[in-house]
Design a protein around this ligand. Structure first.
Ligand code: SF4
Length: 346
């Protein structure tokens, strides 16, 4: 193990990437993941311990790219490989989990599909390998910013993807789908998520801001890569909640065209006025924009001013701006901003 690599493991704050070049680190991740993907795993701890090395390299790269002292040339170089590096790990995890499925059934069907945080509310995590990233969002995505700095975040996205893939087999009546018990466990998770979402909205009402309960379908990654699942899950959420809870998705995926906007609120994200992806926005969706560099436009319902690490862009131009991204140091959540723009039915 060379000196730089030791720094990663001991301090997790590598300072000199030029020593080897970022591609060498990606190669390390790729070769370790190749052999890990073929392994046998008894359960989650086994998996997490085995993937510690490539995960730490990825987290260290991501942290370095967001560090104050990282100059723009170095930042761009690292940003260029972050999406690829994370996808290599996620794809290997996908194979490891799929090949040892019985060791992970509980984590796939029974628990953890929905997450809950003050910022996102009830939401679903998906792996980044489901994204069709642009040059800007591939490395600039907030998934690399630091909140995801744990192995469980990577693994959870993959467990969720496998759950959806399997459930699709069930919907389509194909072989090797989940058992009746698996489906029943999964449906219990949906019902529990609905209860938490309703309680979350009631808490907001008690604090003086009345709003509809909602569930976000993939706040990281693209559940829209599996549009039939988004539609199926949205129908279940509406059905089990008597239409009380609104399913919402943010997406920039070409499969957005297959989303049923009568069951799910779709926020389709573009990156500029003339973004070619506009053609994928389904009828009945809301156009929103990732304002890289702070440039906002009037043609979209909401502009999100990007802020990553120490990079805070200033608003340039005219247009509606998400109040959380306009003042994210003081306004941390949609409820604090008393805003429901993204969740209102269209
Ligand atoms: S525009 Fe409003 S609803 Fe949308 S993310 Fe920002 S604060 Fe939340």
């Amino acid at each position: 193990m060379n000196i730089t690599k030791k720094l990663i493991y001991r301090r997790r704050k590598p300072t000199n990437w030029k020593e080897r070049g970022v591609e060498e680190w990606v190669n390390d991740v790729r070769s370790v993941c190749r052999s890990l993907s073929e392994g046998s795993y008894l359960g989650y701890s086994d998996l997490a311990n085995s993937y510690m090395e490539p995960a730490r390299i990825y987290f260290a790269l991501a942290a370095r790219s967001r560090a104050k002292g990282c100059q723009s040339g170095e930042r761009d170089e690292i940003n260029d490989i972050l999406f690829r590096t994370r996808s290599i790990i996620e794809n290997a995890l996908y194979r490891s989990i799929s090949n040892n499925i019985l060791s992970f059934e509980r984590l796939i069907y029974k628990e953890g599909f929905f997450g809950c945080s003050a910022k996102q509310g009830i939401s679903v995590r998906f792996p980044l390998f489901t994204c069709k990233p642009t040059k800007l969002c591939g490395g600039g995505c907030y998934a690399h910013d630091g909140r995801d700095k744990q192995f469980s975040s990577l693994a959870r996205g993959v467990f969720n993807y496998i759950a959806c893939e399997k459930i699709f087999r069930f919907i389509e009546n194909k072989n090797n789908g989940p058992s009746k018990t698996n489906i029943s466990d999964f449906e219990k998770q949906i019902k529990k998520a609905i209860l938490i979402s309703v309680a979350d909205a009631e808490k907001s009402t008690l604090s003086g801001f009345q709003r509809t309960p909602r569930i976000r379908l993939s706040h990281v990654g693209e559940m829209t890569a599996l549009p039939d699942i988004v539609n199926w899950l949205s129908e279940k959420i509406l059905d089990y909640s008597n239409n009380k809870v609104t399913p919402v998705v943010y997406t920039r995926h070409p499969n957005a065209m297959k989303l049923d906007t009568s069951v799910v609120v779709v926020n389709f994200t573009i990156e500029s006025k003339n973004d070619v992806r506009k053609k994928y926005a389904p009828t009945g969706s809301r156009l929103v924009m990732s304002s890289w560099g702070g440039e906002v436009i009037e043609e979209v319902a909401v502009n999100f001013i990007e802020h990553h690490g120490d990079k805070h862009f200033i608003k340039i131009g005219q247009g509606n701006v998400c109040p959380v991204t306009a003042a994210h140091e003081n306004v941390l959540t949609c409820d604090t901003a008393r805003c429901t723009k993204c969740f209102d039915r269209i």
